[in-house]
Structure formats: C-alpha cells, structure tokens
Design a protein around this ligand. Structure first.
Ligand code: 9D3
Length: 244
C-alpha cells in the first residue's frame, strides 16, 4: 500500500516512520510512505502556500494552485489514489473506516495548516475528509500519522501474528479484559486467583465477563453494536444493563 502525504512539514514524519512496526512495514516493502513537500508545487520565490481570506477575517487560507498541481501530479502515476483531506470538519475516524481504507491500494493524504483550505479544492479534488476526534490540533500532520498507523496494522504481514489485529479492542467491538503477568503478588496486590488455576474454560468465561463489565462501565454505547451472545446478554442484564 502506498501513502503519499502532502504537507508543508515533510520532516515532521522522519522520526515516527523510522520506529517500530511502521518502520518494519516500510523496510519489508509492505507499505510505502512518501512525505511530499507542498512547496515543491509553488512557483513564486517565497514558495507561498497560503493567502488572506476573501471576505476578511482572522488567519490564513491554503491556496488552491499548489494543492491542485500536487494532486494532479500524483494522480498522473499509477495506481489511482483515494484523496483524503485530514480536517476537523471530516468524518470522525473509527475502526470500520480504517478497515475499509485498508482495502485501498494507494492513499494521497493532505495535511492542512492555517485556518482552512480553499473550499474549491475540497469540492473538486478531495474524495474523503477525515477528523481524528473532537479536539483542536494545529494541523493535519499528526492525524495523518494516526491514519497511516491504524491502516498499516491491518495490512497482511505488518503485524507478526495475523490474529493480533482482530483480537484488539474495537475489532470485536468491546473493550479488553485486564491483563496480568508475573509476579503473582507485588506488595499486597495479587493477581486474580482464577488466572493461576489452570482451568482454561473458567478463565475464558471470567475474561469474557470482565470484558462485558468494563465495557458497560466505560463505553456502554459500544454494547449497542457489538456482537453479543445469549450468555453475554444474560450476564449484562444481571449487571443492570438495559438493551436499546
Ligand atoms: C482556529 C481554527 N479553528 C476554528 C475552530 C478551525 C481549525 C482549523 C484547522 C481547527 C484546527 C485546525 C487544524 N487541525 C487539523 O487540520 C485537523 C484536525 C484537528 O484539529 N482535530 C482532529 N482531527 C483533525 S484532522 C485535521
């Protein structure tokens, strides 16, 4: 999979791309990540990418010409990409969207800066606008990294074990049960007895109950769309859950 990132801060991505799982995925050729300097597509001496807003007001707006030329240039080489704008006005990213994007062959990811982007570029050149949540950042670079990491993990071979991305929270639609490792006792804090029992059937049930209890406490909204068994629903009702 190819990720082309259009940004005025291409070096922002140097360190994150040189660490851990993403770095391995790049080295092994499973993904290609190319930060591209938007200023390469300007023609004036000052490499201007922004200008003052028509109608007046605070802040600067990203100009259409460099963005348009960059996207046209990228589209001229195969495979045809999906063009994504990281934007606080976009659809809020979730694991379902990540799964869908993992089926694409190539993404062009545009990182906004300043107060906004000329709307004519968005209307005519962007396929999808994505936000990563309801908080204010300074630009689309961090969101682009979030997107690339989330999508890359779903590409076969990127994670060591093919099941580990499926077992994750949100893949099964619920939060994870708690985890413990040695020592069995630290100060006077003990690992739950059942996990030391060797009774795998009982452990499995305990973990499922923990998953359901924690999800009910912290993210009851998830229970309305997660796949639940008859036993799950029975247990949740005992905890006071009312299905919607
Ligand atoms: C001060 C300007 N804001 C008015 C409320 C609008 C605004 C413009 C640009 C707010 C943030 C930004 C920069 N952020 C992004 O480009 C961005 C973002 C984000 O801020 N939060 C969550 N997801 C994303 S994706 C891109």
């Amino acid at each position: 999979m190819i990720f082309d990132i259009l940004t005025i801060f291409p070096t922002f991505f140097d360190s994150p791309l040189s660490e851990g799982i993403i770095n391995k995925a790049i080295s092994s050729g499973l993904i290609t990540v190319r930060p591209i300097n938007l200023r390469n597509y300007t023609h004036d001496r000052h490499k201007t990418t922004d200008d003052r807003p028509y109608g007046g007001g605070e802040g600067m707006v990203m100009k259409i010409e460099p963005l348009f030329e960059a996207v046209e240039h990228l589209k001229a080489s195969p495979p045809p990409p999906k063009v994504i704008l990281m934007s606080p006005r976009g659809r809020v990213l979730n694991q379902k969207m990540v799964k869908e994007l993992a089926n694409e062959e190539r993404l062009v990811i545009i990182c906004g800066r300043y107060e906004g982007i000329d709307e004519r570029f968005i209307e005519n050149c962007v396929d999808l606008e994505i936000s990563i949540g309801d908080y204010v950042l300074s630009g689309g670079e961090t969101p682009a990294l979030v997107l690339i990491e989330a999508v890359s993990r779903l590409i076969p071979g990127v994670l060591g074990c093919p099941t580990s991305s499926q077992k994750d929270s949100f893949s099964n639609g619920l939060l994870e049960h708690p985890h413990y490792t040695r020592p069995a006792q630290f100060k006077d804090w003990k690992v739950p007895e059942i996990l030391l029992s060797g009774d795998h059937k009982k452990i499995e049930t305990w973990r499922r109950h923990q998953t359901l209890k924690i999800t009910l406490e912290r993210r009851p909204d998830l229970l309305n769309s997660a796949p639940l068994s008859k036993e799950d629903i029975e247990y949740l009702k005992k905890l006071g859950w009312k299905p919607k």
